[in-house]
Ligand binder design. Structure first.
Ligand code: PEP
Ligand code: MN
Length: 390
C-alpha cells in the first residue's frame, strides 16, 4: 500500500486550532532536511505497518498468550505493551515496570516479533534500551510537554532506535510537529507519527475526537513522515474500531496500532477498547487497503478529465466570489453614506435559513452550506469594516 501524497494539500486556516498563528503553514526542518527513513526500509515490510498488543503488560502469561495469538496470523510487525502506564488517577493499574521488559524479551525470542513500549522519562529510555526494546513510543500525555520530550530526545542521542510520536492530547498540531522535531534533532531518523485522536470537551461518540483534518495538516507540514493510526484510543470501545481503522486507511495512513489482549474483559486498563487476537485477525481481513496511485492509463486519463472539469468549476467559483465581493463593496459604501451598522442580525439569520433550505432541497449537506455561509459572512464583515473605516 502506498500513502496518499499530501504534499500539496493546502489547509484552510480554520482547521488549525493552534494559538501560534504566526507560524507559517508550511514550517518544518524536514522540508530542507528530508532524512526520515521510512519504516518499509528499517522494518523490511511492504504493506501497512500493523502494531498490536495489550494496553498494558499485566503478567507474563498475559503477555505470552497475547503475543502467541498475534504472531499466529503473521500480519503484525510490532508487538506493543505499556510497561509504565500514564493513568489519570493514582492507585489504578500503573504498569508493572522493569519486570515486564523481560517478558517482552521472551516475545522477541519465542515469536520473532519486534517490540515497542511507551517511554516518558530518561529512566524509561535507559531501561527499554537495556532490555533491547526495538522501538520506543512517546505517549499523548508526554507529547504535550516539551521538557519531557526534550529529556527523552537527549537520551536518544547517538542511538539508532526508531521512535513513534503520538499526537498530543489536545488539538495542537504545532506541538506534535515540535515533539517530532525535537526527536529528529537528536539524530533519530526512523520516525513515525501516531494519530490517536484529541481531547474534546464536548461529548462525541469517540473517546478521543479523531479530527482527521489535523492529520492532513501534519502531513502537509511533514510530507516525508509516515503516519499510523491508533483507532483503539480514538474509539474507546470495540464497536467503533473497524470503521475508524478503515477511515484512517482511506485517508492514506500507513498503518494501525490496535490494542489486543487474550482476554479483553479482564484487562486492567482500557478493557472496553481491546480485542482478542482472533478478532484482530478478522478486523484486519475486513479492511480494504486502497492505493493512492493506479498504473492504468485509462483510469489516470479519466481522472484527469474529471479534475479538469473541477478546475474549470473552481475558476468559475472564483469569478462568482469576485462578483459577490463587488456587491459587498457597494453595500459597504451605501451603509457608510447612511451611517448604518455593518452587522445586521436579521439579514444574517435570513441568509443562513434560506441557503440551508435551498441546499436541503438540492440534497446538499446543510452543515457544509452553513460553514460556507459563515466563511462568506466573515469575509463580508471584514470587507465592509475596511470600507467603513477608510
Ligand atoms: C497507550 O497507547 O496505551 C496510551 C497510553 O496511549 P495514549 O498515549 O495515546 O493515550
Ligand atoms: Mn491503552
Amino acid at each position: 500500500m502506498e500513502a496518499i501524497n499530501f504534499t500539496h494539500v493546502i489547509i484552510p486556516f480554520f482547521f488549525s486550532n493552534s494559538k501560534e498563528t504566526s507560524l507559517p503553514l508550511i514550517h518544518s526542518i524536514f522540508l530542507s532536511d528530508s532524512t526520515i527513513i521510512h519504516f518499509r526500509d528499517w522494518l523490511g515490510i511492504n504493506g501497512p505497518l500493523l502494531i498490536a498488543g495489550p494496553c498494558g503488560a499485566e503478567s507474563e502469561a498475559q503477555v505470552i498468550e497475547t503475543a502467541r495469538g498475534i504472531s499466529a496470523s503473521g500480519k503484525v510487525a510490532l508487538f506493543r505493551a505499556g510497561i509504565w502506564k500514564p493513568r489519570t488517577r493514582p492507585n489504578s493499574f500503573e504498569g508493572v515496570g522493569e519486570e515486564a521488559l523481560k517478558w517482552l524479551q521472551r516475545v522477541k525470542r519465542e515469536f520473532g516479533l519486534k517490540t515497542t513500549v511507551e517511554v516518558a522519562t530518561s529512566k524509561h529510555v535507559e531501561l527499554a534500551l537495556k532490555y533491547d526494546v526495538d522501538v520506543l513510543w512517546i505517549g499523548a500525555r508526554t507529547t504535550v510537554n516539551p521538557f519531557s520530550v526534550q529529556e527523552i530526545a537527549d537520551n536518544l542521542r547517538g542511538c539508532d532506535v526508531p521512535v513513534l510520536v503520538k499526537n498530543p492530547v489536545h488539538a495542537d498540531v504545532h506541538l506534535w510537529v515540535g515533539a517530532i522535531e525535537r526527536v529528529r534533532q537528536a539524530g533519530v531518523q526512523k520516525l513515525i507519527a501516531v494519530h490517536r485522536g484529541f481531547y474534546n470537551p464536548r461529548q462525541t461518540k469517540f473517546r478521543n475526537d479523531p479530527m482527521w483534518e489535523l492529520v492532513i495538516e501534519l502531513k502537509t507540514q511533514l510530507p516525508q513522515l509516515p503516519v499510523v493510526c491508533d483507532p483503539s484510543h480514538i474509539s474507546g470501545n470495540r464497536n467503533l474500531l473497524q470503521s475508524t481503522a478503515q477511515k484512517a486507511i482511506d485517508l492514506g495512513m500507513e498503518g494501525l496500532m490496535i490494542e489486543t489482549h487474550f482476554n479483553p474483559e479482564a484487562a486492567l486498563s482500557d478493557a472496553a477498547q481491546q480485542i482478542t487476537p482472533l478478532q484482530l485477525n478478522t478486523l484486519i481481513d475486513s479492511l480494504i487497503f486502497r492505493h493512492s496511485y493506479s498504473d492504468s492509463k485509462e483510469f489516470r486519463d479519466k481522472l484527469q478529465e474529471l479534475r479538469n472539469s473541477i478546475d474549470e468549476l473552481d475558476e468559475e467559483l472564483i469569478l462568482l466570489l469576485k462578483r459577490r465581493d463587488s456587491l459587498i463593496e457597494q453595500i459597504g459604501t451605501y451603509k457608510k453614506e447612511h451611517h448604518i451598522t455593518i452587522f445586521q442580525l436579521e439579514r444574517w439569520m435570513e441568509i443562513l435559513r434560506t441557503r440551508s433550505v435551498s441546499a436541503a432541497e438540492k440534497g446538499f449537506p446543510k452543515d457544509f452550506i452553513e460553514k460556507l455561509c459563515l466563511l462568506l459572512h466573515e469575509e463580508s464583515i471584514r470587507r465592509q469594516n475596511e470600507i467603513l473605516n477608510s
